[in-house]
Design a protein around this ligand. Sequence first.
Ligand code: TYM
Length: 329
Amino acid sequence: MARMLSGIKPTGQLHLGNYIGALKHFVEYQDEYDMFTFIANLHCITVPQDPQELQKNLHDCVALYLACGLDPKRSTIFLQTDVKEHAQLGYIMCCHTYMGELNRMTQFKDKQAKGETNLSGGLYTYPALMAADILLYDPDYVPVGEDQKQHVELTRDVAERMNHRYGDLFKVPEPLIAKVGARIMSLSDPDRKMSKSDETNKGCIYLLDPLNAARKKIMSAKTDSLGVVHYDPENQPGISNLMQILSSLSNDRPFAEIEQEFAGKGYGDFKRAVADAVCATLEQIQNRYAEICASDLIETTLKEGAERASVLAAEKLSKVQKAIGMEIL
Ligand code: TYM
């Protein structure tokens, strides 16, 4: 069975972009693949965090993984710091990644361009840690949203470099990016991606948003004055974004079918349909979330997941350290 691995960095609450671009696919793939998913808590601290808030976000992230349908019997679900090899291999990866490569990573460049000061060394080197997260488990595929593609490509480059230098150490994985929904945009500014760091809070729907708040965000999403429900990301980015959301929440319904349904109707009707689809999804997730929080499933899932992941991670780290010449016995 081919293997898949992916993770989410809960620097804040998970949002609809995380769900549509990543989490939904983890769930869909778990029967077909040997699925590894983790909570990337080492990546969280690359930017300043309030400890209590971080702890709550980590808890909610696991609960939401489960609430969205990840099943600990069919997937290996773990917390990154419960498997110490991530940090260890992360350092080794860092030593095999060139500064020129890290300088080209758009996420760091974007933050720098915004004039943010006191950016941490961890933020700069985090793609090397991400390479370790992946390569520890030899996955065939890494399902991610479009913004992470560059990091998976760097992972491939570093894996190939190390395989060339030390012999066959790692499987070189492929990024897996969905055709629809790999880049959900902000509702209030559809030229920017939906992200946890949305200052206004109007452009981002969180998975734990009250349903009336989520509905309101959709109904006031920025659109255009053309008045036609048509998929054209360049000229109608707001409407096209809402079409992506609707399509991916209704079994990848073709855009042509959506256009047909709303031909001659106003944006109000269309937005109501999107809001209904979003609220139905959130309601199901939130009901399950409440049940999970009241159970001991989080604890048992993380314990069993870390045990399973640790076996593979320890084996890989030891193989790498031996190949590099770092072990004595
Ligand atoms: P993160 O936490 O920023 O995002 C988690 C996943 O959600 C996807 N995503 C989106 N997809 C569509 N539209 C959006 N607006 C949107 N925003 C986020 C991301 O592409 C991602 O798939 N570095 C990673 C976490 C990570 C990881 C890994 C992932 C750490 N190690 C190893 C895969 C494999 C990150 O910060 O994702």
